[in-house]
Design a binder for this molecule. Structure first.
Ligand code: KG4
Ligand code: ZN
Length: 341
């Protein structure tokens, strides 16, 4: 079974080809030029997707050594994301499916991040706790089986990656800020300053990062950072801020695993590339936990994760008829909720 998959929900134009659950190619074009605006500009992102989608598709097919006529299903991110950006990949994918007379499978981007941890990895088992940490999302989910997701908690304000990006901006670092903070944190002292961890009353699995972000802002003002900074100080602030975010994510995910008696945790999304976060979760391995982390190329937005999720969704949906008529299957595009089961 060959799947052709697309991801265009934000600022990556990506196409992938899979043979069953194995990714044969995963071509990603990142729109780095948004950094000059300090964030993604939706209109420009959509136009860039439009410009490059055909070329990216051809490249993905060529790298996989597969012809369009061999494709059995087409998958694309259907939500959530920037609407103009989503529409490029979605309409392109649906049109392709229509012309190839193959089923089209809509994929929820968050679910894509959940299953990204298992690409090119050994077999995984349910249930597991899934922590999704990206620029737009922070979610803690109990995954009981394929597409049986129980939402435990989410952020009440900023996403974890957004906090990294905003703090990087305050420190005069580039966008996206996460990788820069991660790099500098390695040279700094995480105990240099204690930024507060948020606890939300009666919601043990919800996150909040705006408090940490504001306390960094006040601290920078207090020490007159703009006028009086140096590399060591910046590294120390990065290390202390990263520790606060990582501890908050880690403690809540661990608490969920303990309370639900689940011994497997998956951490995915762009922030899962963070060195401190990976180290912290990996420390649970010698306590009997299984920790699933995506390969770096599958941690930020990519079509490989959309492909594996589309493939699993197709295989685990009993009524395949819902995928057959691509002209109508926007009705088969449920707003996927994280229903309690
Ligand atoms: O999953 P992703 O590519 O896009 C969204 O769906 O949002 O995540 C991008 C986010 C950005 O906020 C970026 O700063 C963050 O992931 N990020 C990191 C690291 N690499 C990327 N944050 C912390 N440490 C990293 N190494
Ligand atoms: Zn994402």
């Amino acid at each position: 079974m060959y799947t052709l998959a697309f991801e265009t929900s934000c600022d990556e134009t990506s196409a992938a080809v899979l043979k069953n659950d194995t990714v044969l190619s995963n071509v990603i074009l990142s729109q780095y030029f948004h950094s000059e605006f300090g964030g993604v500009v939706p209109e420009i992102a959509s136009r860039e997707h439009l410009k490059s989608i055909v070329e990216i598709t051809e490249k993905a097919l060529k790298e996989a050594n597969i012809h369009l006529k061999d494709i059995n299903i087409v998958a694309a991110t259907s939500e959530p994301g920037l609407i103009g950006a989503l529409l490029i990949g979605l309409n392109f994918a649906k049109s392709l499916a229509l012309s190839l007379k193959v089923p089209f499978v809509p994929v929820n981007h968050i679910q894509g991040h959940i299953y990204s941890s298992f690409i090119q990895k050994e077999k995984f088992e349910f249930p597991f706790i899934s922590l999704i940490v990206s620029g737009g999302h922070t979610l803690l989910i109990e995954v009981q089986d394929f597409f049986r997701h129980n939402l435990l908690g989410t952020t009440v304000d900023d996403a974890a990656g957004e906090a990294f990006d905003k703090v990087a901006k305050m420190l005069g670092l580039g966008y996206p800020g996460g990788p820069e903070i991660d790099r500098l944190a390695k040279k700094g002292n995480p105990d240099f300053h204690k930024f507060p961890l948020a606890h939300i009353k009666n919601k043990p699995y919800d996150f909040s990062f705006s408090g940490i972000k504001t306390s960094v802002l006040y601290f920078l003002r207090e020490i007159n950072y703009i006028e009086d900074n140096n590399d060591k100080l910046t590294a120390n602030i990065c290390a202390s801020f990263q520790k606060a975010v990582v501890d908050s994510l880690f403690l809540k995910a661990k608490k969920a695993a303990e309370n639900l008696n689940i011994k497997s945790i998956s951490v995915s999304g762009g922030v899962s590339a963070n060195t401190g976060l990976k180290e912290k979760f990996s420390s649970l391995i010698n306590k009997g936990y299984r920790i699933y982390l995506p390969e770096p190329s599958y941690s930020t937005d990519n079509a490989g994760m959309v492909g594996i999720t589309g493939y699993f969704k197709y295989m685990h949906t009993n009524d395949k008829a819902i995928f057959n008529d691509v002209t109508f299957n926007s009705r088969a595009m449920p707003r996927i909720k994280y229903e309690a089961v």
